[in-house]
Design a protein around this ligand. Structure first.
Ligand code: HEC
Length: 278
């Protein structure tokens, strides 16, 4: 297995990006997914939702054992309680999201044409609280991640199908997210794509790098390193810090646009959240 020598990115910068500027989102999606299918010909498409465990047989058995007694189980139960707790005004999360919990997750992220922004699940959880006179949760972990885990759990098996509307503003948000994904950053001068596309399956320090295809199927994630749950924006912040770049805030415009692009790239895969990772 090749090792990625951090700081020496000569080989990385010579890599041909699978996505070209001015391509339509549909073209991007096709190129992105076929890249991974070719790179990992032995991995069945549906298995990409399992992240690094889809490409690293060595750690898979251990992870499967963990999944037998999932560390996020208690959080899912706590999330269900949060869902069922009435607000002081007598309303509840169902008043904002509808009664069908399993239908919620597949609606996110989405383009809000009225506001001209990308909307995420976590953002709408807090909008629901604020709209009902309740105190918003902290983004990244804790209650928001528990509620999000319950919502994710109810959507297991549903298909990821993010829509990029044919609206110049929505396309611009998509392009911004795509640019974020391919832009080099931090003192190490590495992009998300360097690690999770071109070097996916290779080792960096003690870790094998997961393919970006399937990244958004299983959030929020219980990480042993965190000793708890975290949202995808918490993970984005961690990955930015790894290259010694300043992370953006959870639910910042930058991370929401990134999530828009990043989730769209996994269209066709099935939700399997919450997940468990190292
Ligand atoms: C220096 C290499 C590196 C860079 C650059 C990097 N990451 Fe990561 N990332 C990792 C490592 C290592 C892990 C943990 C192992 C794994 O699952 O890939 C990880 C994990 C993740 C995960 C969790 C995967 C899962 O299955 O739960 C996501 C999502 C992610 N990265 C997204 C990003 C995004 C988006 C960017 C760009 C902002 C980025 N990463 C940049 C190294 C990197």
């Amino acid at each position: 297995m090749k090792k990625l020598v951090v700081g020496m990115s000569v080989e990385l910068s010579l890599a041909v990006p699978p996505l070209v500027a001015q391509a339509s989102p549909a073209d991007d999606l096709k190129a992105f997914q076929s890249y991974f299918k070719k790179r990992f010909p032995d991995v069945p498409f549906d298995d990409f939702v399992n992240g690094v465990y889809a490409v690293d047989k060595g750690s898979r058995a251990q992870w499967e054992e963990i999944e037998e007694f999932p560390p996020y189980e208690i959080d899912v139960e706590k999330g269900e309680k949060i869902w069922n707790t009435k607000f002081k005004n007598g309303k509840s999360f169902a008043s904002c999201f509808g009664e069908d919990v399993g239908a919620i997750k597949p609606r996110y992220p989405h383009w809000d044409a009225k506001e001209g922004i990308v909307r995420t699940l976590e953002e709408d959880i807090n909008a629901c609280l604020a709209g009902n006179g309740e105190k918003p949760f902290k983004y990244k972990k804790g209650k928001i991640a528990q509620l999000s885990a319950y919502i994710a759990y109810q959507a297991r098996g549903k298909t990821i199908d993010v829509k990029i509307p044919d609206d110049p503003k929505a396309l611009a948000a998509y392009e911004a997210g795509k640019h974020f994904f391919y832009a080099k950053r931090g003192q190490l001068n590495l992009s998300c794509a360097d690690c999770h596309v071109y070097y996916s399956g290779n080792k960096i320090r003690a870790d094998i790098l997961s393919p970006a295809l399937g990244h958004l199927s299983h959030f929020p994630v219980y990480r042993s390193k965190w000793g708890g749950l975290g949202t995808v924006h918490r993970r984005y912040g961690g990955c930015n810090k790894q290259v010694r770049a300043k992370p953006f805030k959870a639910q910042s415009k930058q991370y929401k646009q990134l999530e828009f692009f990043h989730t769209y790239m996994s269209n066709g895969l099935k939700f399997n959240g919450p997940g468990a990772r190292k």
